[in-house]
Design a protein around this ligand. Structure first.
Ligand SMILES: *[C@@H]1O[C@H](CO)[C@@H](O)[C@H](O)[C@H]1NC(C)=O
Ligand SMILES: *[C@@H]1O[C@H](CO)[C@@H](O)[C@H](O)[C@H]1NC(C)=O
Ligand SMILES: *[C@@H]1O[C@H](CO)[C@@H](O)[C@H](O)[C@H]1NC(C)=O
Length: 489
C-alpha cells in the first residue's frame, strides 16, 4: 500500500519541480517553415537552434526528417496539421489514430522528440478562407484528442488551434471592446471550452506589420515598441504599441465568453525585411528586438499586468523563397535568418546569447552565378525573365525591394541567377537561348544580394549519394592509374 503512494508522491513532486519554472516564464521560440527552394539539412537547423539556445520550435507539418532530427535535442515541439487535412482527420477516427501514431507517438520514444503541442489547422478561421474550414475544426480536435488518449499521450501533448488576429475585432479600435467575429462566436465558444478543459492555451498570430501594410492611416510608430505619438487611450488604460492593444482585444473577447483568464500563446509574430515599403532590415530588427525586450520585461499588458504571454514564437526562422506572394512580396522575407541560416541583423533573443549565431557547416553550391551576357542583344529577354521568375524568387526586384534599383540589365541578371541557383546550377539552366552566362565574380550590388544556393541533401538524396559513389570511383581509378604509372617506371 505504502509503496504506490510514495511513488505517486515522488512523481507528483517531480512533476511540480519540472513544470514550475516553465509556467512562470514566457519563452521565445521560432516557427520553422520549409517553403523554400534551398533548404538546409534538418540536422544543420537543429544545431542552429541549439547554438542560439532556442528551446521551442513550431512546425507547420509533421515532416518526418525534421522530427527525426529533433529527437534527443530536448527542444520542445509544436507540430502542425495543415488545414487541408482537417476534413480527413475529423471525418475518420481511424485516420486520426493513424496520424497520431505515425506523426507523434513514433517520435516520442525514450530520447525522442519532445512534442508538447499539436496545432490542429493553421488560422482555419481566416476571413480570406471564406469559412471553408470553420466547421471542420471541432470534429478534428475531438478525434485527435481521442487518439491522444488512446496513445496515452493526452496528459502531455496538448491540442491548440492557432488563430489569426482577424478572428476578433473591436469597435473604435478600443481593446476593451474586443469581441470575436459574430459568425465565429459559436465555434470559438466550443473551442475555448475544449481548450480550457484540456489545459491548453489560446494560440494567436499577431502581425502589426500587416495592420500597417493594409492601412495607410495606421501610425507607423504605433507598430514598434519605442513609444508613439499616437497612443490609444481606453478608459484608464493607455496603449503605446499595437501588440499590447491587439493582445488585450483578445483578452476582452475571451472575457466575454467567460474565459478572461485563459493562457495565451503567440503562435506567430514578426516583421519582414524586404519586399515592401516598410519592410526593411532596420524595421525588422527594431520590431523583433523591441518585442523580445517587451516580453522579457514581464510587464504584461494593461488588462494582464505582470502576466506576459506563455510563449512567443517568432515568424520566422528562415526566409522562405517558395511561399505564395499573394499577401505581398514581403511574404518571402520574414526570417531572422536568410535561407542559408545567416543572421540578417543583430538580435538578442534574450535566451543567453547577445547575438544571433549563424548556421555552421552550410554546404553551398560552388561560388558562381548566372548573369545576362553583356554582349548579346537583350531585346527579347522579357519572356525568359518571366519564366525564370515564375518559378524562382524575384520578389526583391519589385518596388520597395532591396534590388529594385539595379537597372534593367541587373533585373535580368538577378532573374537568371535565381533560376540557375534554383536548378542547382545545372549548366543548361543558364542558357536562356544564349542570353545567359556563368560568372565567377559576385554580381551583388549594395544591399542587393545575388544568392548562391545550398546543397539540399533532403531533396536530392539520390543524386548526392550517386555523386559520392562517383567521387570514390574517381579516387580509386586515380590510385590504380598512379600505381600502374609507378610500376611501369
Ligand atoms: C503525417 O503528417 C504528414 C505531414 O502533415 C502527412 O503528409 C502524413 O500523411 C501524416 N501521416 C499520417 C499517417 O497521417
Ligand atoms: C524601413 O521601414 C520603416 C517602417 O517600417 C520606415 O519608417 C523606414 O523609413 C524604412 N527605412 C528605409 C531605409 O526604407
Ligand atoms: C526592374 O524590375 C522591376 C520589377 O519588375 C521594376 O519595377 C523596375 O522598374 C525594373 N527596372 C528597370 C530599370 O527596368
Amino acid at each position: 500500500m505504502l509503496q504506490p503512494t510514495l511513488t505517486l508522491l515522488f512523481s507528483l513532486l517531480f512533476l511540480c519541480c519540472l513544470s514550475l519554472p516553465m509556467a512562470s516564464e514566457s519563452a521565445i521560440g521560432v516557427n520553422w517553415g520549409t517553403l523554400s527552394s534551398h533548404r538546409l539539412k534538418p540536422s544543420t537547423v537543429v544545431n542552429l537552434l541549439r547554438d542560439n539556445k532556442i528551446s521551442k520550435v513550431k512546425l507547420f507539418e509533421a515532416d518526418p526528417a525534421i522530427l527525426k532530427a529533433l529527437m534527443g535535442s530536448a527542444i520542445q515541439v509544436m507540430v502542425g496539421i495543415p488545414n487541408e487535412m482537417l476534413s480527413l482527420l475529423g471525418g475518420s477516427s481511424v485516420a486520426a489514430d493513424y496520424w497520431v501514431q505515425r506523426n507523434v507517438s513514433a517520435f516520442m520514444t525514450k530520447g525522442g522528440a519532445d512534442i508538447r503541442y499539436i496545432a490542429v489547422g493553421n488560422e482555419p478561421f481566416l476571413t480570406s478562407y471564406n469559412g471553408q474550414f470553420i466547421n471542420l475544426v471541432i470534429p478534428a480536435i475531438t478525434n485527435i484528442q481521442q487518439s491522444l488518449v488512446k496513445a496515452n499521450l493526452a496528459g502531455y501533448v496538448k491540442i491548440v488551434v492557432p488563430c489569426n488576429a482577424d478572428a476578433y475585432e473591436s469597435s473604435g479600435g478600443l481593446p476593451s471592446q474586443g469581441v470575436f467575429r459574430s459568425e465565429l462566436t459559436q465555434i470559438i465558444t466550443q473551442l475555448v471550452q475544449f481548450l480550457n478543459s484540456n489545459g491548453s492555451p489560446f494560440v494567436v498570430n499577431i502581425y502589426p506589420f500587416l495592420s500597417l501594410y493594409d492601412n495607410g492611416d495606421f501610425p507607423g510608430d504605433y507598430a514598434f515598441f519605442q513609444g508613439t505619438t499616437h497612443a490609444v487611450t481606453d478608459g484608464s488604460n493607455v496603449y503605446t504599441n499595437a501588440f499590447d492593444g491587439n493582445y488585450d482585444t483578445l483578452v476582452s473577447a475571451l472575457g466575454k465568453l467567460g474565459y478572461g483568464q485563459m493562457p495565451i500563446v503567440i503562435g506567430e509574430i514578426g516583421w519582414p525585411s524586404d519586399g515592401a515599403i516598410g519592410a526593411n532590415i532596420t524595421a525588422a530588427r527594431v520590431f523583433n528586438q523591441g518585442l523580445v525586450y517587451h516580453i522579457a520585461s514581464n510587464k504584461g499588458t494593461p488588462l494582464r499586468p505582470n502576466v506576459p504571454p506563455m510563449d512567443v514564437y517568432l515568424f520566422g526562422l528562415f526566409d522562405e523563397g517558395a511561399k505564395s506572394t499573394l499577401p505581398g512580396n514581403f511574404e518571402r522575407h520574414w526570417g531572422i535568418f536568410s535561407f542559408d541560416g545567416q543572421a540578417k541583423y543583430s538580435l538578442n533573443l534574450g535566451l543567453g546569447n547577445k547575438e544571433l549565431r549563424n548556421a555552421r557547416n552550410v554546404e553551398y553550391l560552388p561560388s558562381r552565378w548566372c548573369v545576362a551576357n553583356p554582349l548579346s542583344d537583350l531585346t527579347n529577354v522579357v519572356n525568359h525573365m518571366k519564366i525564370a521568375c515564375s518559378v524562382a524568387d524575384c520578389t526583391t526586384l519589385n518596388y520597395g525591394g532591396s534590388c529594385n534599383e539595379i537597372g534593367e540589365k541587373g533585373n535580368i541578371s538577378y532573374a537568371f541567377n535565381s533560376f540557375y541557383q534554383l536548378r542547382m546550377q545545372d549548366s543548361q539552366s543558364c542558357e536562356f537561348d544564349g542570353l545567359g552566362m556563368v560568372t565567377f565574380l559576385d554580381p551583388s550590388v549594395g544591399d542587393c544580394h545575388f544568392l548562391v544556393g545550398v546543397i539540399d541533401r533532403g531533396l536530392n538524396k539520390d543524386s548526392s549519394a550517386c555523386q559520392k559513389t562517383y567521387q570514390w570511383l574517381v579516387i580509386v581509378l586515380l590510385l590504380i592509374l598512379h600505381g600502374t604509372f609507378f610500376l611501369s617506371m
